[in-house]
Design a protein around this ligand. Structure first.
Ligand code: NAG
Length: 345
């Protein structure tokens, strides 16, 4: 049985009261003898030293003066609203490696350099009380402090002035928004975070990519739980702005685009995130990422592909997803799928 029924392998917010946690890799880990546990590496490959050691700047990043010629790599996207652009997202972007609890092959900077502009990452407190990138628990996977991750993003945004990023953090231990604000401040990333001019933006009120680039507010930051925009205005509440389709999918055909969270919500007025990553049940309901089907799961078209599930979604909601979260984005053809969804050549 699961010794920590309040812990889930993945995301918890919005679901706890309504659904029993399923068995997960973490409960499997919890049952392993400690001698075996000691054999499991707990840290991911080191971040490049040039990024992880950079000091936060004390002044806000300078404003871009002229209009960008391309936005997120495409001139056609400059005048499109943030809410009208589909981005492939790296699900569990910090969990990099070959183990069952890993979701990506490439580290954060490599993800960004390859074209990923939407990042999802899960946080927990480690044993010392440091806000860290951990998979359900810091025993299962500890990918280091959140500040290191955010510093890497800051360095990358500094070097790439026409790029807009989305960061969706899972607040696994239900901390206050101020804990995240501290990490954003320490890392120097905070000046890049976009703050909406009013408490809630409707779908058609989001700025364009060009607006965000010109204002140099090129990070749209969400928390899945614990957001408090009266005290930390730039950490936006995910489920105010988005709904999500189900995760823990084990059907490789991804036959649905159902609204799963927030519970009892409607799609009206919300952007949405499609969870397009496939798990495999390794027994007893323990789910781990399926690495064997990536050629079809991460394909642009065809049964079970990103495109096929997105087509279902567009049919249901009349608009495309803003985020499509995938595992192992470097396998398959995710940017072809993204371009197709954005109607780019
Ligand atoms: C953007 O708007 C177009 C035209 O209304 C629509 O077809 C497309 O699905 C929208 N994309 C997103 C991500 O909202």
């Amino acid at each position: 049985m699961n010794m920590f029924p309040f812990l889930r392998r993945d995301k918890t917010a919005g679901k706890q009261k309504h659904q029993q946690p399923r068995n997960s890799f973490s409960s499997f880990i919890m049952r392993l003898p400690s001698a075996l546990l000691a054999l499991l590496p707990s840290s991911s490959p080191p971040l490049p030293s040039t990024t992880s050691l950079s000091l936060p700047s004390t002044t806000p990043a300078p404003l871009a003066t002229s209009a960008p010629t391309a936005c997120n790599g495409h001139p056609e996207l400059c005048n499109r609203a943030y809410s009208n652009i589909t981005q492939i997202g790296a699900h569990d972007s910090a969990f990099v490696g070959p183990l069952p609890q890993d979701n990506q092959n490439l580290d954060l900077t490599s993800q960004l350099n390859a074209g990923i502009r939407f990042l999802q990452a899960q946080t927990h407190l480690d044993a010392l009380g440091t806000l860290s990138l951990c998979h359900t628990t810091c025993l299962e996977k500890d990918a280091g402090p959140l500040t290191t991750y955010l510093s890497t993003l800051k360095t990358w945004l500094d070097a790439n002035p026409s790029e807009v990023l989305t960061l969706l953090l899972v607040n696994g231990d239900n901390l206050k928004a101020s804990a995240f604000d501290t990490a954003y401040t320490t890392s120097g990333l905070k000046p890049y975070a976009y703050t909406p001019p009013k408490p809630h933006l409707a779908l058609d009120e989001w700025p364009t990519l060009q607006d965000l680039i010109k204002a140099n507010t090129r990070l749209i930051a969400f928390l899945d739980a614990g957001a408090d925009t009266t005290s930390v205005p730039y950490l936006l509440d995910e489920f105010t702005y988005f709904f999500e389709t189900p995760y823990d999918t084990t059907d490789p055909s991804f036959p649905q685009c159902t609204l799963d969270r927030p519970p009892h919500a409607t799609a009206d007025g919300r952007m949405y995130i499609v969870n397009h990553f496939l798990d495999v049940d390794i027994g007893g309901g323990i789910l781990i990422p399926d690495r064997t089907a990536l050629d079809t799961t991460n394909a642009a078209t065809g049964k079970g592909s990103i495109g096929a599930q997105a087509d279902l979604c567009v049919g249901l909601y009349g608009r495309g997803p803003v985020g499509v979260l995938v595992d192992f984005f470097d396998q398959g053809d995710v940017f072809t799928a993204q371009n197709r969804l954005n109607r780019l050549a």
